[in-house]
Design a protein around this ligand. Structure first.
Ligand code: BGC
Length: 338
């Protein structure tokens, strides 16, 4: 019995020694993820995919401890959250800025704290209207080997929206008066995605030689309820003069779709409706003909690229300053091919 107990004790000691050694071998990285606003449909998909993808990269010896923060669309609140991340000693920060105009200040604080930074979704203004780079605006990114931006070029999404209208048999000119009359429902005007989509959707039509007329241009702040309200008001004011409704994102387009149906209008017959993001609900509407088209804003590609570069930074590897993920046109043809 004594001998048995001695063997048992020895075995237990060995197991506990291994357990301690095992625990020491596990490296846990602390990752801070700050999102501009949790109520944003698109950023919710993006955020969930960041979490899911980090999980898939974990091994027996490498773990990622994620802390998420909701900026509630308030830059002061987000600045506090970033300072907390710094105090908590995050190993890397993934940041979806509330205000891109605060980019330089925020980048400086994070870089000074020696923490690598991956900016996502809201690109600090980097080009002027002619597409030339504005150096000061993104020196903060270019001059820092541990800072980068991961996103999609919003000019492409706007161009695809316009192209989907230009490609229609009547090119969006339903009443045949030689002019495409449209309304524009914009996202947050400070956001480069909103600016470029507004500009390039129309530019694609004028570049293709079509005449356009803007009946109304309002700010819906990316929000579904606001999109519905603005579209309903415009339909009341301009009625059948409206041939095309451009929305800077799908959330607002979903709202506009409701307003269009409520007004007794029929997409594809007496009006066209375009969004961006390819939210599941919007793709379903395209399938059913209740939306003319949307543009895939690839949150999976973008979140994976952001996480991959964050991991590179954690491993001390060299990175690029910019990573771009393509948009994809989602019209009838696309959904039929799915
Ligand atoms: C998306 C919008 C979203 C915004 C948030 C854009 O790229 O298209 O749906 O509200 O990002 O910054």
């Amino acid at each position: 019995m004594k001998k048995f107990l001695a063997i048992l004790m020895a075995a237990l000691m060995m197991i506990s020694m291994f357990a301690v050694a095992g625990a020491e071998d596990v490296k846990t990285y602390k990752v801070g993820v700050a999102i501009y606003q949790y109520t944003d449909n698109f950023m919710t998909l993006y955020r969930n995919e960041i979490e899911a993808y980090f999980k898939t990269l974990e091994t027996d010896t490498v773990k990622y401890e994620l802390t998420f923060a909701d900026g509630k669309n308030d830059m002061a609140e987000q600045t506090n959250q970033i300072r907390n991340f710094i105090t908590q000693g995050m190993n890397v920060i993934i940041l979806n800025l509330v205000q891109t105009s605060s980019a330089d200040a925020v980048i400086d604080e994070i870089v000074e704290a020696g923490i690598p930074l991956v900016l996502i979704n809201r690109e600090p203004l980097a080009y002027d209207a002619d597409g030339n780079t504005i150096d000061e605006a993104y020196e903060g990114i270019l001059n820092n080997p541990t800072v980068c931006y991961v996103g999609a070029d919003a000019r492409q999404s706007g161009t695809f929206q316009g192209k989907m209208v230009a490609d229609l048999p009547n090119h969006g000119d339903i009443n045949g008066d030689g002019v495409i009359s449209y309304i524009m429902i914009e996202g947050d005007p400070e956001n480069i995605d909103a600016q470029y989509r507004t500009e390039f959707s129309v530019k694609a039509l004028t570049d293709a030689g079509y005449e356009v007329k803007c009946l109304d241009d309002q700010v819906g702040n990316w929000d579904q309820t606001k999109g519905q309200e603005l579209c309903a008001n415009a339909l009341t004011s301009f009625g059948y003069d409206i041939e095309v409704v451009f929305c800077n994102n799908d959330a607002m387009a979903l709202g506009a779709a409701t307003a269009i149906t409520t007004a007794g209008r029929v997409v594809g017959e007496d009006i066209y409706l375009l969004g961006v993001d390819a939210l599941e609900e919007a793709v379903q509407l395209v399938r059913e003909g209740e939306m003319t088209g949307t543009v895939l804003n690839d949150h999976i590609g973008q979140s994976h690229a952001a996480v991959d570069v964050a991991v590179k930074l954690l491993n001390g590897e060299a990175i690029e300053n910019y990573y771009w993920v393509d948009y994809v046109m989602v019209n009838q043809e696309y959904v039929n091919a799915q």
